[in-house]
Design a protein around this ligand. Sequence first.
Ligand code: PLP
Length: 396
Amino acid sequence: MDMATGGGDAHLPPVDPLARLRVAAQAREAAGLRRTLRPRTPDHDGLIDLASNDYLGLSRDERLVEAAVRAAREWGAGSTGSRLVTGTTSLHAELEDRLRAFTGAAGALVLSSGYLANLAAVTALGAGGLVVSDAGNHASIIDGCRLSRARVTVTPHKDVEAVEKALADRDEEHALVVTDAVFSVDGDLAPLRELHEAAVRYGALLLVDEAHSIGVVGERGQGAVHAAGLAGHPSVVMTVTLSKALGSQGGAVLGAPEVMRALVDAGRPFIFDTGLAPSCAGSALAALDIVSDHPELPGRARRHALALAGAAADRGLGAVDPAAAVVPVVLGPPQAALAAAEVFAEHGVRVGCFRPPSVPSGRSCLRLTARANLGSDDLAVIAGALTAVAEMKVNV
Ligand SMILES: Cc1ncc(COP(=O)(O)O)c(C=O)c1O
């Protein structure tokens, strides 16, 4: 250390530590990749909402809101600490029991978000082994892979042969195959049965993220693993979010008792995070009641997604058959996606606009998310907006 200058070098000019952030922000702006936070009103600014993940239209349902209020009155506004320190409320225990029964899993552990559920599952189950992850997986899975310190192989989208090869060629004793059930932007379904066969053949666990399929896929919305006949299989682990079709907030990992044990003992996002807020647990329980009492809701959301995809395809906007409620409309450059989102807003419809790094370069898109509670008037307005976007594309 230079004792005379107290450790600094008197000859270097002072550095502005924020300068590089300004330069990077300008570069993102020039590339059409600037993200802005905009205020919104409780009614989505009066626009038809095709941007949220409220697939069953439950987030504003009075029964969920009342259940949240009741839970907060009884247990408090926050859960006050990690469940390992402050204990598990009967509300959390009931939610885990209900999620387990709904999905057909042996056990469930609730965390405070779906993001943390993926971080916990991938790190606790992947550490010290091989993780094989689909190229289309959600950012929370990618981050889990990075944090796991496992060797990670990213396989091409839905390429079961590449998964098998990665499992067969490994030196590691244990392996984890991880996939979204329904991919969050493309809206397509993973080949779950084939992946499961591969996992079983090579002694691996299969982790399936049901974020976009719980409450939407399967006859009663029990998810893609259940629909594929894999529920309760000891080598299958699931993560779910409570924040989309179930209209609340939070997440869970579901699987065999050994998996639950590993997460409670070693799942850092469970151990070192304050437990799910009681109000969220309460409203998720109310959502599960509604989904059980109204088995028609998942089918309704899926039918609306098919209608949106059909309307896009009719206008040359190339949507594929959606597996659940997510309908992508690929525009290509980020500027085209931004312009198309603006056209939708002018027609009174709010849509998601996805640009890199949320999607690969050249695949910027709109994401239309169907809801069970869209009316025929809404669908007509959306069709008008799709027509205008198709015309905009031709005129670019
Ligand atoms: C596939 C997928 N997994 C996990 C998550 C994270 O869930 P949550 O929003 O509950 O943290 C999301 C949500 O954005 C997602 O799309």
